[in-house]
Design a protein around this ligand. Structure first.
Ligand code: 6R9
Length: 651
């Protein structure tokens, strides 16, 4: 690819000629399809819905309303089963094709699972769940490492109509317990242990600890992974490998309505309580499938690797549902990018001849710091398309990814989306979209983004504002589990009649979108979404802490780091030991991803006369930017600011 400057002096990478010809969608196709999807959503999605296999064909397509009670329904009279779409329908032609490649944390371990084998595993798993008493509509919590059984567990739930709630294996027992209770989950699936970077994670023991505060939990199914000895509750706990021997490898799928729930996935919002984002069967699966197909330009036989964890939405949509619905080969990696060495990603790409690779900017920034040599040790010529997700990618990391990993040949699809959107929303298509480093470029089919100013006025043309989506798309979340009111409040009340994303965004004169980051109290640490309120409530739960305020600050590798202002109870002196203890405390309460980077003890916090903490000021101080503190005259005690600045400078 050659570089050229546009009139805005932005670096632009045109679509490579070969891709413009060979990709399933070129620039003209994109224009035509996008137009059609906006002019006639009903007609467009009526046709696209045919990508899936329906038991009862739908006659209704779009029935959505963003006003009042907010109701979102797609294909509402159609019926289907997600596991059939991901497995059974491929069997006539692809029973011997590889569905999943599993690469262990230990580089000596890997194996492949064909679509035929996947069918048998999932059916067995489904039969085990049925024997335990799991029924359609029941919520099943999955607290698992990155092993094939996790995919079987999710698809087994889908097969019998149970609603899975995957909880990231890095979450603490406490965080897990909250999520089990929130969705009233009576069933849980876990493994004896997980392994990452050679270290064991005691998943079963964590689950046992969580279970102590979850009286509603009836049964636990444990997969044996490392063989470690674990605690056991007779009558409640079952080993999967024992139960699987007693069941058949066929299981009739349960026919689901398109709007029956497929899964719940908890995500952080502006308040302390995680939100159970609910996705349904038809629209979600269609969205995961069509975006995976177009955005990665997936060609039959290609090896596709999404390096996310299934505990996050990226893993749901782009390790499991999207690729498998498309009959693709999806690689699942148990480990971390830097173990046993910093070249692990590149080693895996070479080992499995990966064609399409999808990862997060935080991983790229960490690997970039190791220089080019670890990448250059490996033959990466199999790579064709690169992807990025989870946070804004800084142009420096983009250019490194493009030049060093992709050797200048591979387009980078910078995909903007959210747990709530189900799949990609603003993204390049490799054969259609010229790239600008740092821009997620243009909307996918059916997506109507808009920018609004503080007054809620729509901004036309180039400009910056808050990003909203003005009409529904099939992959959209339908509600927050058990709390539709909060769903309306969170997403549809700021700018009535539109879906508010929580992100700030710029649009340039070419109509390209540039996501600038969250505008609410959500921070993005290494691509993990976290509510500052969650960290605050963990801190104030400590018996020595009187008050806490948490903000994000720019971090070279993580994107954002966690900066905590802490006021201790009267009479207590801050110490390094206490700072360490608080860091551990938060880590134990939420999980390692929430470990604070800075604890800044302060005798008081900057508050307005009405008692509101002025986070704007705290953010600026954490950023080490003392020049633009703005108006501090409304503070009850303006001198607090000076003492905070002093506290910051000595760190
Ligand atoms: C898929 C996922 C969503 C938030 C989102 C935004 C940020 C995701 C991005 C991006 C800039 C991208 N985000 N992708 N920002 N460019 N390509 O990450 O879902 O965990 O729900 O996070 O992540 O701020 O609002 P989720």
């Amino acid at each position: 690819m050659t570089q050229e400057k546009t009139e805005q002096d932005q670096t632009r990478f045109p679509v490579p000629q070969t891709l413009a010809q060979s990709a399933r969608c070129n620039a003209d196709d994109y224009q035509r399809l996008y137009r059609a999807s906006i002019d006639d959503p009903d007609g467009f999605w009526r046709e696209q819905g045919q990508r899936l296999q329906w038991e009862t064909p739908y006659t209704q397509v779009k029935n959505t309303c963003f006003d009042g009670d907010v109701s979102i329904k797609w294909f509402e009279d159609g019926t289907l089963n997600a596991s059939v779409n991901c497995i059974d329908r491929h069997l006539p032609e692809k029973a011997n094709d590889i569905a999943l490649i599993w690469e262990g944390d230990n580089p000596a371990y890997h194996h492949a699972i064909t679509y035929g084998q996947l069918h048998d595993h999932v059916c067995r798993f489904a039969n085990v769940l049925k024997n335990m008493g799991v029924k359609k509509g029941d919520r099943v919590t999955i607290y698992m490492p990155m092993i094939p059984e996790t995919a079987y567990a999710m698809l087994a739930c889908a097969r019998i109509g149970a609603v899975h709630s995957v909880v990231f294996a890095g979450f603490s027992a406490e965080a897990l317990a909250n999520r089990i209770k929130d969705c009233d989950s009576q069933w849980a699936i876990t493994a004896d242990e997980g392994v990452r970077a050679g270290k064991s994670i005691p998943l079963k023991n964590n689950l046992d600890e969580a279970a102590r505060s979850c009286p509603g939990l009836k049964a636990v199914l444990a997969v044996r992974h490392t063989g470690a000895t674990v605690s056991w509750v007779d009558g409640r706990d079952y080993w999967y490998h024992e139960a699987a021997l007693k069941v058949d490898s066929r299981c009739e799928p349960v026919v689901m309505n398109a709007e029956d729930p497929l899964f719940i996935l908890y995500t952080s919002g502006s308040t302390g309580k995680p939100k159970g984002v609910l996705h349904t069967t038809g629209g979600y699966l269609l969205w995961a499938s069509i975006t995976h197909d177009y955005v990665f330009d997936y060609q039959p036989g290609e090896i596709y690797w999404c390096a996310a964890d299934v505990g996050w939405v990226t893993g749901h949509s782009y390790i499991i549902y999207g690729p498998l619905a498309n009959g693709a080969t999806s690689l699942m990696f148990e480990g971390v990018p830097t173990w046993p060495d910093v070249d692990r990603f590149w080693q895996i790409i070479n080992k499995h001849k990966v064609n399409i690779f999808y990862t997060a900017p935080t991983a790229l920034r960490a690997l970039m710091r190791e220089g080019d040599a670890p990448v250059e040790r490996h033959d990466l010529s199999s790579l064709r398309i690169l992807g990025s997700v989870g946070e804004p990618i800084n142009p420096e990391a983009w250019l490194w990814y493009h030049r060093v990993v992709g050797k200048g040949r591979c387009p980078i699809v910078d995909t903007w989306w959210q747990t709530e959107t189900g799949g990609m929303m603003i993204t390049p298509l490799p054969g259609a979209t010229d790239l600008k480093p740092g821009s997620a470029t243009r909307p996918f089919f059916g997506v109507k983004p808009a920018l609004v100013d503080a007054e809620g006025q729509i901004i036309e043309g180039a400009g910056a504002g808050n990003l909203v989506i003005t009409d529904s798309w099939p992959g959209q979340a339908r509600t927050l589990y058990g709390d539709h009111e909060r769903f309306i409040q969170t997403y549809f009340s700021a700018y009535p009649g539109t879906y508010f994303t929580g992100d700030g965004c710029k649009r340039d004169a070419d109509g390209y979108y540039w996501i600038t980051g969250r505008v609410d109290d959500v921070i993005n640490v290494s691509g993990h979404r976290m509510g500052t309120a969650e960290v605050e409530s963990a801190l104030v739960a400590h018996h020595l802490v009187a008050e806490a305020a948490v903000v994000g600050f720019p971090h070279d590798v993580k994107g954002q780091g966690i900066y905590c202002y802490v006021t201790l109870n009267a009479g207590l002196e801050p110490t390094e030991d206490l700072a360490r203890e608080l860091r551990q405390w938060v880590r134990k309460d939420i999980g390692p991803i929430a470990t604070p980077d800075h604890i800044h003890f302060t005798p008081s916090l900057p508050k307005t006369r009405s008692g509101k903490i002025m986070r704007r000021i705290l953010r600026k101080i954490a950023e080490n930017d003392f020049s633009n503190l703005g108006d501090t005259s409304t503070l009850a005690d303006p001198s607090v600011v000076d003492s905070l600045i002093e506290g910051r400078q000595i760190r």
